[in-house]
Write a protein that binds this ligand. Structure first.
Ligand code: ZN
Length: 244
Protein backbone atom coordinates (compact mmCIF):
# COMPACT_ATOMS: atom_id res chain seq x y z
CA UNK A 1 0.00 0.00 0.00
CA UNK A 2 1.26 3.43 -0.94
CA UNK A 3 -0.14 6.60 0.63
CA UNK A 4 0.72 10.00 -0.83
CA UNK A 5 0.00 13.28 0.92
CA UNK A 6 -1.20 15.76 -1.72
CA UNK A 7 -2.90 18.42 0.39
CA UNK A 8 -2.07 18.97 4.05
CA UNK A 9 -3.34 22.43 5.03
CA UNK A 10 -6.18 23.00 7.47
CA UNK A 11 -8.95 25.47 6.68
CA UNK A 12 -7.49 27.01 3.55
CA UNK A 13 -4.49 26.30 1.33
CA UNK A 14 -1.17 28.05 1.90
CA UNK A 15 0.30 29.58 -1.31
CA UNK A 16 0.53 26.93 -4.05
CA UNK A 17 -0.82 24.26 -1.71
CA UNK A 18 -4.01 22.32 -1.15
CA UNK A 19 -6.18 21.44 1.80
CA UNK A 20 -6.93 17.81 2.70
CA UNK A 21 -6.44 15.26 -0.07
CA UNK A 22 -4.59 11.95 0.15
CA UNK A 23 -3.98 9.29 -2.51
CA UNK A 24 -4.07 5.65 -1.42
CA UNK A 25 -2.88 3.07 -3.95
CA UNK A 26 -2.72 -0.71 -3.97
CA UNK A 27 -2.87 -3.28 -6.79
CA UNK A 28 -3.55 -0.59 -9.42
CA UNK A 29 -6.48 0.83 -7.47
CA UNK A 30 -6.40 4.57 -6.74
CA UNK A 31 -8.53 5.89 -3.89
CA UNK A 32 -8.61 9.57 -2.96
CA UNK A 33 -9.48 10.49 0.58
CA UNK A 34 -11.06 13.93 0.89
CA UNK A 35 -10.88 16.45 -1.93
CA UNK A 36 -10.18 19.92 -0.61
CA UNK A 37 -9.26 23.28 -2.09
CA UNK A 38 -6.54 22.89 -4.72
CA UNK A 39 -6.98 19.11 -4.87
CA UNK A 40 -7.94 18.81 -8.52
CA UNK A 41 -4.90 20.73 -9.73
CA UNK A 42 -2.43 18.96 -7.43
CA UNK A 43 -3.79 15.44 -7.84
CA UNK A 44 -2.96 15.48 -11.56
CA UNK A 45 0.74 15.50 -10.65
CA UNK A 46 0.29 12.06 -9.07
CA UNK A 47 -2.50 10.23 -10.90
CA UNK A 48 -4.33 10.70 -14.17
CA UNK A 49 -7.88 11.76 -13.57
CA UNK A 50 -9.11 8.82 -15.65
CA UNK A 51 -7.23 6.45 -13.31
CA UNK A 52 -9.04 7.57 -10.15
CA UNK A 53 -11.23 4.68 -9.03
CA UNK A 54 -13.07 6.21 -6.07
CA UNK A 55 -13.21 9.18 -3.70
CA UNK A 56 -14.02 8.84 0.00
CA UNK A 57 -15.02 11.83 2.12
CA UNK A 58 -14.76 12.29 5.88
CA UNK A 59 -17.19 15.23 6.09
CA UNK A 60 -18.55 18.20 4.18
CA UNK A 61 -16.48 21.14 5.44
CA UNK A 62 -15.15 23.20 2.52
CA UNK A 63 -11.52 22.35 3.18
CA UNK A 64 -12.35 18.66 2.59
CA UNK A 65 -14.73 18.88 -0.39
CA UNK A 66 -14.03 22.23 -2.10
CA UNK A 67 -12.89 20.70 -5.41
CA UNK A 68 -15.65 18.09 -5.79
CA UNK A 69 -17.60 20.46 -8.08
CA UNK A 70 -14.71 20.96 -10.49
CA UNK A 71 -13.93 17.24 -10.37
CA UNK A 72 -17.46 16.71 -11.66
CA UNK A 73 -16.75 19.15 -14.50
CA UNK A 74 -13.57 17.23 -15.28
CA UNK A 75 -15.59 14.01 -15.50
CA UNK A 76 -18.01 15.74 -17.86
CA UNK A 77 -15.18 17.02 -20.08
CA UNK A 78 -13.66 13.52 -20.20
CA UNK A 79 -16.97 12.29 -21.51
CA UNK A 80 -17.01 14.89 -24.31
CA UNK A 81 -13.36 14.27 -25.18
CA UNK A 82 -13.25 10.50 -25.31
CA UNK A 83 -16.79 9.31 -24.69
CA UNK A 84 -15.75 7.85 -21.36
CA UNK A 85 -19.04 7.13 -19.64
CA UNK A 86 -17.59 5.78 -16.42
CA UNK A 87 -19.25 7.12 -13.33
CA UNK A 88 -16.87 7.95 -10.51
CA UNK A 89 -18.11 6.76 -7.10
CA UNK A 90 -17.83 9.36 -4.32
CA UNK A 91 -18.44 7.89 -0.89
CA UNK A 92 -19.82 10.16 1.81
CA UNK A 93 -21.92 9.92 4.94
CA UNK A 94 -25.64 10.70 4.96
CA UNK A 95 -25.76 13.01 7.97
CA UNK A 96 -25.69 16.11 5.76
CA UNK A 97 -28.39 15.62 3.15
CA UNK A 98 -27.46 18.59 0.96
CA UNK A 99 -23.78 17.70 1.15
CA UNK A 100 -24.45 14.11 0.17
CA UNK A 101 -26.81 15.10 -2.67
CA UNK A 102 -24.10 17.33 -4.15
CA UNK A 103 -21.88 14.30 -4.77
CA UNK A 104 -24.06 13.06 -7.61
CA UNK A 105 -23.72 14.73 -11.03
CA UNK A 106 -23.56 13.58 -14.67
CA UNK A 107 -20.55 11.32 -14.23
CA UNK A 108 -20.14 11.06 -10.48
CA UNK A 109 -22.37 9.18 -8.10
CA UNK A 110 -22.68 9.74 -4.36
CA UNK A 111 -22.67 6.47 -2.44
CA UNK A 112 -23.58 6.53 1.24
CA UNK A 113 -21.40 4.60 3.64
CA UNK A 114 -22.82 3.18 6.82
CA UNK A 115 -20.28 4.18 9.49
CA UNK A 116 -21.34 1.21 11.63
CA UNK A 117 -20.22 -1.23 8.96
CA UNK A 118 -16.99 -2.05 7.18
CA UNK A 119 -16.86 -0.45 3.74
CA UNK A 120 -15.09 -2.37 0.99
CA UNK A 121 -13.66 -0.20 -1.79
CA UNK A 122 -11.39 -1.97 -4.27
CA UNK A 123 -8.67 -3.76 -2.28
CA UNK A 124 -9.36 -1.72 0.86
CA UNK A 125 -11.52 -2.43 3.91
CA UNK A 126 -12.47 0.71 5.82
CA UNK A 127 -13.95 1.13 9.28
CA UNK A 128 -15.14 4.43 10.69
CA UNK A 129 -14.86 6.49 13.86
CA UNK A 130 -17.22 9.39 14.57
CA UNK A 131 -14.95 12.27 15.45
CA UNK A 132 -15.44 15.17 17.83
CA UNK A 133 -16.04 18.04 15.40
CA UNK A 134 -18.64 20.83 14.91
CA UNK A 135 -20.30 18.82 12.10
CA UNK A 136 -20.63 15.04 11.62
CA UNK A 137 -17.21 13.76 10.56
CA UNK A 138 -15.71 10.28 10.29
CA UNK A 139 -12.13 9.21 10.80
CA UNK A 140 -11.08 5.97 9.13
CA UNK A 141 -9.02 2.85 9.63
CA UNK A 142 -7.95 1.55 6.24
CA UNK A 143 -6.33 -1.79 5.51
CA UNK A 144 -5.28 -3.66 2.39
CA UNK A 145 -5.20 -6.88 4.41
CA UNK A 146 -1.49 -6.54 5.15
CA UNK A 147 -0.91 -2.94 6.19
CA UNK A 148 -3.16 -0.55 8.02
CA UNK A 149 -3.30 3.17 8.55
CA UNK A 150 -5.59 5.52 10.41
CA UNK A 151 -6.77 8.89 9.13
CA UNK A 152 -8.21 10.98 11.93
CA UNK A 153 -9.83 13.49 9.55
CA UNK A 154 -10.88 16.45 11.73
CA UNK A 155 -11.24 15.80 15.43
CA UNK A 156 -10.68 17.14 18.89
CA UNK A 157 -8.86 14.78 21.26
CA UNK A 158 -10.78 11.76 22.52
CA UNK A 159 -9.44 8.79 24.50
CA UNK A 160 -11.43 6.39 22.34
CA UNK A 161 -9.09 7.14 19.42
CA UNK A 162 -6.51 4.96 21.17
CA UNK A 163 -8.60 1.78 20.92
CA UNK A 164 -9.72 2.53 17.38
CA UNK A 165 -6.14 3.10 16.21
CA UNK A 166 -4.50 0.28 18.15
CA UNK A 167 -1.61 -1.37 16.33
CA UNK A 168 -1.95 0.51 13.03
CA UNK A 169 1.24 0.95 11.03
CA UNK A 170 0.71 4.63 10.41
CA UNK A 171 -1.56 7.49 11.42
CA UNK A 172 -2.33 10.70 9.54
CA UNK A 173 -3.39 12.97 12.39
CA UNK A 174 -5.19 16.27 12.62
CA UNK A 175 -2.51 18.60 14.00
CA UNK A 176 -4.06 21.99 13.46
CA UNK A 177 -2.66 23.43 16.67
CA UNK A 178 0.60 23.76 18.56
CA UNK A 179 0.99 22.04 21.93
CA UNK A 180 0.33 25.18 24.00
CA UNK A 181 -2.97 25.89 22.20
CA UNK A 182 -6.42 24.41 22.78
CA UNK A 183 -8.12 22.86 19.77
CA UNK A 184 -11.17 21.57 21.60
CA UNK A 185 -13.67 24.26 20.53
CA UNK A 186 -12.54 24.20 16.91
CA UNK A 187 -12.70 20.39 16.84
CA UNK A 188 -9.01 19.83 16.14
CA UNK A 189 -5.97 18.41 17.92
CA UNK A 190 -2.62 19.74 19.03
CA UNK A 191 0.74 18.13 18.27
CA UNK A 192 0.80 16.78 21.81
CA UNK A 193 -2.66 15.20 21.60
CA UNK A 194 -1.92 13.53 18.26
CA UNK A 195 1.30 12.14 19.72
CA UNK A 196 -0.38 10.83 22.87
CA UNK A 197 -2.85 8.82 20.78
CA UNK A 198 -0.11 7.50 18.48
CA UNK A 199 2.05 6.47 21.44
CA UNK A 200 -0.68 4.63 23.32
CA UNK A 201 -1.99 3.00 20.15
CA UNK A 202 1.55 1.74 19.30
CA UNK A 203 1.58 3.37 15.88
CA UNK A 204 4.85 3.11 13.94
CA UNK A 205 4.72 6.29 11.85
CA UNK A 206 2.88 9.46 12.79
CA UNK A 207 2.21 12.00 10.03
CA UNK A 208 1.15 15.41 11.32
CA UNK A 209 -1.29 17.02 8.89
CA UNK A 210 -4.20 19.47 8.58
CA UNK A 211 -1.49 21.99 9.39
CA UNK A 212 -1.71 25.62 10.54
CA UNK A 213 -0.48 28.35 8.19
CA UNK A 214 1.38 30.21 10.97
CA UNK A 215 4.30 29.53 13.28
CA UNK A 216 7.30 27.23 12.82
CA UNK A 217 5.91 23.91 11.63
CA UNK A 218 9.07 22.07 12.71
CA UNK A 219 8.03 22.93 16.23
CA UNK A 220 5.02 20.62 15.80
CA UNK A 221 7.43 17.76 15.11
CA UNK A 222 9.57 18.58 18.15
CA UNK A 223 6.50 18.80 20.35
CA UNK A 224 5.05 15.49 19.13
CA UNK A 225 8.41 13.76 19.52
CA UNK A 226 8.34 14.48 23.24
CA UNK A 227 5.28 12.24 23.63
CA UNK A 228 5.69 9.69 20.84
CA UNK A 229 8.62 7.29 20.56
CA UNK A 230 8.01 6.34 16.92
CA UNK A 231 8.81 8.29 13.79
CA UNK A 232 7.15 11.72 13.46
CA UNK A 233 6.74 13.16 9.96
CA UNK A 234 5.47 16.56 8.92
CA UNK A 235 3.00 16.23 6.06
CA UNK A 236 3.90 18.01 2.85
CA UNK A 237 2.85 17.70 -0.76
CA UNK A 238 4.44 14.63 -2.30
CA UNK A 239 5.26 12.90 0.99
CA UNK A 240 4.95 9.16 0.37
CA UNK A 241 4.47 6.40 2.93
CA UNK A 242 4.78 2.73 2.03
CA UNK A 243 3.35 -0.08 4.14
CA UNK A 244 6.39 -2.11 5.13
ZN1 ZN B 1 -13.79 20.10 9.41
Amino acid sequence: MKVTVIGCWGGYPAPNGATSVYLVEHNDFSLLIDFGSGALSKVQNYVQLTDIDAVLLSHYHHDHIADIGVLQYAQLVQYYVDGKEDTLPIYGHLEDEDGFASLTADYTKGIAYNPDQTLEVGPFAITFFKTKHPVPCYGMRITDGTHTFVYTADTAYEDTWIDFSQGADMMIADCNFYAHQNGEAAGHMTSQEAALIAEQAHIKDLILSHLPQYGDLQKLVKEASQYFAGQVHLAHEGFVWYGR
